[in-house]
Design a protein around this ligand. Structure first.
Ligand code: PMP
Length: 359
């Protein structure tokens, strides 16, 4: 058995994979595989409607929000959000940059509108900024932030405090804790971390933000108004990923819902942070304690050589996916919903024995 800690694409629950396998040749009794089914068929439409209903139930999404399934991953939203929301050349948007992905999103938005950095971009990312250090623009079109920075391992402990319209990238902590959707203008996520195979993004957006008044032309596949009117089928959607998403939503609901998965995520990440904090500096995590991610535990060993040895020895005992992102190095263990407590305990034991052998 492999203990998989990939950052995305990432672990999908084994029970879901087995169900996919058993139904693969015969979707919903049609005798047609899910990868062959028409997105206009009644069976697929039923799946899409069920998936929307399940998503609405699990996140308690109010009626005045739309759920859109979009191509282009989360990166597609970096561009399509400003394209859909900016209506005048004088508009200003606020971005809070706490790591790689919010920085990428802000750079992309700069192509389309005036970006104000709510706090200066730090040279090194070590945590979320203090509330009192944030310099919001009054009348900003929206305030953007990334709830969990996957590369750096930084997570906001709570929803951002602002009166502005919040747009939040939840790609890597989506469906890992209960949230109050009404606090946000829009939430989006690439599904390849806590949900399903890559190539699909979900956008939950308040009705009043879906408008036709825009400064720039919007590609049809990213036009929120068109996609909302067309039940996310303006073009051929990623039927397979949508199918797995629905199975995962059902799996989450049958296994205790977001409250339970939130408790588990705290438990799992604490196990690893405790090993790091009790290692007398053998392992170190540079992220400030109240910004430490429950999803992506990032840490370093004392030398790059030792880190390479850690990754190699981990693979020998079938621990996979722990090499840090190529831009920052170090070690990263991603603990998404489908990663079991057993796998996390296995990794913690490995870390302790690796330390014993290399001190
Ligand atoms: N935002 C976050 C927080 C991410 O982790 C990622 C991908 N790792 C992205 C955005 C970009 O996602 P995609 O590859 O689906 O475009």
């Amino acid at each position: 058995m492999v203990h998989l800690f990939n950052a995305g694409p990432a672990k999908v629950p084994d029970t879901v994979l087995k169900q996919v396998q058993s139904e693969f040749l015969n979707f919903a009794g049609t005798g047609i595989s899910i990868v062959e089914i028409s997105h206009r068929s009644p069976e697929f439409t039923a799946l899409l409607n069920e998936s929307n209903a399940n998503m609405r139930e699990i996140l308690e999404i109010p009626d005045n929000y739309q759920i859109l399934w979009l191509a282009g991953g989360a990166s597609g939203l970096f561009a399509s959000l400003p394209l859909n929301l900016i209506s005048s050349k004088d508009d200003v948007v606020d971005y809070i940059v706490t790591g790689t992905w919010s920085k990428n999103a802000a750079k992309e938005a700069e192509n389309y509108t005036n970006v104000n950095y709510v706090v200066p971009i730090p040279s090194d990312f070590t945590g979320v900024p203090l509330d009192e250090s944030m310099n919001f623009t009054s009348g900003a079109k929206y305030v953007y932030y990334c709830d969990n920075e996957t590369v750096n391992g930084i997570e906001f402990p709570h929803t951002l405090k602002t009166d502005g319209t919040i747009i939040c990238d939840m790609s890597s902590n989506f469906l890992t804790r209960p949230i109050e959707v009404s606090k946000y203008g829009a939430i989006f996520a690439g599904v390849q971390k806590n949900v399903a195979p890559a190539g699909l993004a979900v956008l939950i957006i308040r009705d009043d933000l879906i408008s036709t008044e825009r400064l720039h032309p919007v590609p049809k596949v990213w036009d929120f108004k068109l996609q909302a009117a067309g039940n996310s089928c303006v073009n051929t959607p990623n039927v397979f990923s949508m199918y797995v998403t629905n199975l995962v939503l059902k799996h989450l609901m049958e296994n205790g819902g977001l409250k339970r998965f939130c408790e588990l995520s705290t438990q799992k990440s604490s196990i690893l942070y405790n090993v790091i904090d009790n290692s007398n500096g053998f392992y170190s995590c540079k992220i400030e304690k109240d910004s430490r991610s429950r999803m992506n535990v990032t840490f370093n060993l004392t030398t790059k050589e030792l880190e390479a040895e850690f990754v190699k020895k981990a693979a020998d005992v079938k621990i996979e996916g722990v090499k840090g992102h190529r831009s920052v190095g170090g070690i990263r263990a991603s603990l998404y919903n489908a990663v079991s407590l057993d796998s996390v305990n296995f990794l913690a034991d490995f870390m302790k024995s690796f330390q014993k052998d290399h001190e």
